[in-house]
Design a protein around this ligand. Structure first.
Ligand code: RIB
Ligand code: CA
Length: 315
C-alpha cells in the first residue's frame, strides 16, 4: 500500500513536445507514482504518440510505466494533426533511441478504467491531449468521475483567444464531442486553459539556463524546446514558448502553485460555424441552478516557482 503522500497518476497525452516536458516534470518526483500512460492522436498519429511516450519514459527514468495505445481519431470529426508545431516525429525532429518495449495490449481507455477501479478515490488523472480516451473510458465505466480523485485537463480558451481559429484551443477542438462528455461527467476538474498557459511561458533566459544543465534528459528536452520556441517565436515575436502541458502537470503535482481560479460550469460549443470547440463558461450567479458540476478554471499561478521546479526536474 503506497504511503499517504504518494500521488498516483494516469497521464493521457499526445507527445508532443510540451507533453514530453510534462512527463519529465512528473517523472522527476519520487512521490509521484505514474501508474499508466495513455496515448492519443493529436500532435501526431496515435502510433507516433504511443512510441514517443515509450521513448520519453525511458529518457526520463520511468521505463516500466505501462503505455497503452488509445484513440487514433476523434469520436465524430476527421482528425487534424499538428506536425508543424511539434515536428514530423512529434518531438521537434529530435531523434531518440527506438523504444525497447511495446505498448500494453489494453487500450488507453481500458487501462484508465482498470487503474481507477483498482485505486478507487485515489487516482489522479492528467489529460494533456484531445479528450477522446477519457470520453471512451466514461462510456466503459460511468462511475469514472467518482472513482477518479481529481482530473486536471490542459485545454480550452475560456476568456482569451484560441490557438486554433479565433475561439478554440487545440485539445478541445481536436475532439469537441469528447470534451463535452468530459466537462459534463462530474469530475473534480481543474482546467489549465490558454487563459493561464499563454501567460506562463519559458522565457529565452529560462531556455538558456536549461542549456547549462548537464545530462541527456536536459539536453534532449532543450533540443525539443528549441523547435517549440522557434514555432512560438512566430506568435510571441521573441524566443520563448508556452508551457501548456508542464503547467498542467505542475497543477496536479503541486496544487499550491495555483493562486487564483474561478468556478463555473463549462460547456463545449458543438454547432457554431465560427465557434465549434469553444469552451463556454457560464459565470452568471446562479448557485445550485445549473445541473452541470462546476470546473475550476485556473487564472493565476506562481509562475517563477513553477519554472524553477521545471528546471529542477531536469537536473
Ligand atoms: O493547445 C495546446 C495543447 O495542444 C497542448 O497539449 C499541446 O501539446 C497540444 O496537444
Ligand atoms: Ca499535448
Amino acid at each position: 500500500m503506497a504511503d499517504r503522500k504518494t500521488t498516483r497518476v494516469f497521464v493521457d497525452c499526445d507527445p508532443g513536445i510540451d507533453d514530453a516536458v510534462a512527463l519529465a516534470y512528473l517523472a522527476a518526483r519520487p512521490e509521484v507514482e505514474i501508474l499508466g500512460v495513455g496515448a492519443v492522436f493529436g500532435n501526431n498519429t496515435v502510433t507516433v504518440t504511443a512510441r514517443n511516450a515509450l521513448r520519453l519514459l525511458a529518457l526520463y527514468g520511468r521505463p516500466d510505466v505501462p503505455v497503452a495505445v488509445g484513440a487514433g481519431r476523434p469520436l465524430v470529426q476527421e482528425p487534424r494533426l499538428a506536425e508543424h508545431v511539434h515536428g514530423d516525429n512529434g518531438l521537434g525532429d529530435v531523434e531518440l533511441p527506438e523504444p525497447e518495449r511495446e505498448p500494453v495490449a489494453e487500450s488507453a481507455a481500458e487501462l484508465l478504467v482498470r487503474l481507477a477501479r483498482e485505486n478507487p478515490g485515489e487516482l489522479d488523472v492528467l489529460a494533456v491531449g484531445p479528450l477522446t480516451n477519457l470520453a471512451i473510458a466514461i462510456g466503459l465505466e460511468p462511475r469514472l468521475p467518482e472513482l477518479v480523485r481529481r482530473l486536471v485537463v490542459m485545454g480550452g480558451a475560456v476568456e482569451v483567444p484560441g490557438n486554433v481559429g479565433s475561439h478554440a484551443e487545440a485539445n478541445i477542438v481536436n475532439d469537441p464531442e469528447a470534451a463535452e462528455v468530459v466537462f459534463a461527467a462530474g469530475f473534480d476538474l481543474d482546467l489549465v486553459a490558454l487563459d493561464i498557459t499563454m501567460k506562463t511561458v519559458a522565457t529565452s533566459d529560462w531556455l538558456d539556463r536549461l542549456k547549462e544543465v548537464p545530462g541527456e534528459r536536459a539536453e534532449r528536452t532543450s533540443a525539443f524546446l528549441d523547435f517549440y520556441a522557434d514555432f512560438y517565436k512566430g506568435i510571441f515575436g521573441v524566443r520563448q514558448c508556452a508551457m501548456h502541458d508542464p503547467l498542467a502537470a505542475a497543477v496536479l503535482a503541486d496544487p499550491h502553485l495555483v493562486t487564483e481560479a474561478f468556478e463555473a460550469p463549462i460547456r463545449v460549443e458543438l454547432t457554431g460555424s465560427l465557434t465549434r470547440g469553444m469552451t463556454v463558461a457560464d459565470r452568471r450567479p446562479r448557485p445550485g441552478r445549473d445541473e452541470r458540476r462546476v470546473t475550476r478554471v485556473i487564472t493565476s499561478v506562481s509562475g517563477d516557482e513553477f519554472l524553477d521546479r521545471m528546471l529542477d526536474s531536469l537536473r
